[in-house]
Design a protein around this ligand. Sequence first.
Ligand SMILES: NC(=O)C1=CN([C@@H]2O[C@H](COP(=O)(O)OP(=O)(O)OC[C@H]3O[C@@H](n4cnc5c(N)ncnc54)[C@H](OP(=O)(O)O)[C@@H]3O)[C@@H](O)[C@H]2O)C=CC1
Ligand SMILES: CC1=C(/C=C/C(C)=C/C=C/C(C)=C/C=O)C(C)(C)CCC1
Length: 312
Amino acid sequence: MAHFLTRVLKELCESFLRVLLLLIVVVFRSCQVFCLRVLRAERRKDVSGETVLITGASRGIGRCLALEFAKHGACTIILWGRDEEKLSSVKKEVEEIGKTVCHFYRCDVGDREQVYRTMQKVQENVGKITILVNNAGVVHGGALLETKDDNIEDTLRVNTLSHFWTTKSVLPSMLSNGRGHVVGIASTLGLFALPGVSDYVTSKFSVVGFYESLAAELRAQGRRDVGVTCVCPGHTTTDMFKDLTTQSFSLTPQQVAEQTVDAVKNNQRRVILPRIMHFTWILNSWLPGSWMRTVLYVTGAMKDMENFCAKR
Ligand SMILES: NC(=O)C1=CN([C@@H]2O[C@H](COP(=O)(O)OP(=O)(O)OC[C@H]3O[C@@H](n4cnc5c(N)ncnc54)[C@H](OP(=O)(O)O)[C@@H]3O)[C@@H](O)[C@H]2O)C=CC1
Ligand SMILES: CC1=C(/C=C/C(C)=C/C=C/C(C)=C/C=O)C(C)(C)CCC1
């Protein structure tokens, strides 16, 4: 009994100290972000002369990203996807906005050779890419033991490996021109897990790791001329998670697109949306696992994902 009480007391003290430290970090970080915003206001990147390639641009967040870059005056936009009819209609929408020239290419980003071939074609026909947005993604869903091996491989190929192939194709020209930006659309499920989508969660944790590594490599080489942004949105109202019952704190694809373009202009390293999700990340990485589990049960998030998987 005494042993148990000592353990509980120790855990409580530890949690209290962590929360205290956390508050200090939050205050310090807020001041830092405020100062950086003020300083960066002068140095916001102008995207008007840029050639932007967006994967998964036939619908959802990718489509909104294309329209948002066009609104900000991007000079050329290249759309990638597999559904040519939808890509062609997004191309029309983009060109209606103004002066942006838009092209689309059919490419399955889960196929490495196709990515390399299509990227070569794009660079020969259109020119060098200055902003790459890795957005394409899939979700299959299901408990680990019920998930088909093929689906697991597909998720990792489309959601994670594709970022390697596209980035390896455009980085050399970005480095030699001394100008470029690589953006990855990850997810809050790259910061904490919900049950029933282990392949998706794994792919998104890996994507977050990929952008951390890319930024670290570029920093180590002293290359501040090539920016890196990793965006972690929470549930967004597109086709992908339409069976998820939760609508609390859901984002629209338009909001994700606006925040992403803003982050590119500010050269922001990581974006977590909506802002409340910063707390889930802090909870998950700083406090004992039971805290996060409690939040998930209390908010009903755990049940939402179970319902989503049951419908698939
Ligand atoms: N919806 C959400 O709640 C959230 C989504 N995200 C992430 O945002 C990104 C966009 O998702 P969202 O817009 O919601 O999803 P949608 O399902 O609406 O769109 C997915 C896009 O990816 C493309 N795509 C899928 N597989 C491939 C493939 N093999 N090759 C090429 N393109 C492919 C699709 O194009 P086509 O069918 O033409 O091939 C489509 O344009 C994804 O990475 C997703 O993981 C992140 C957080 C939350
Ligand atoms: C954890 C958590 C929540 C739910 C989060 C959910 C349900 C996220 C879903 C993300 C998805 C589907 C990402 C796709 O890539 C709430 C209720 C906002 C409250 C705060 C804690």
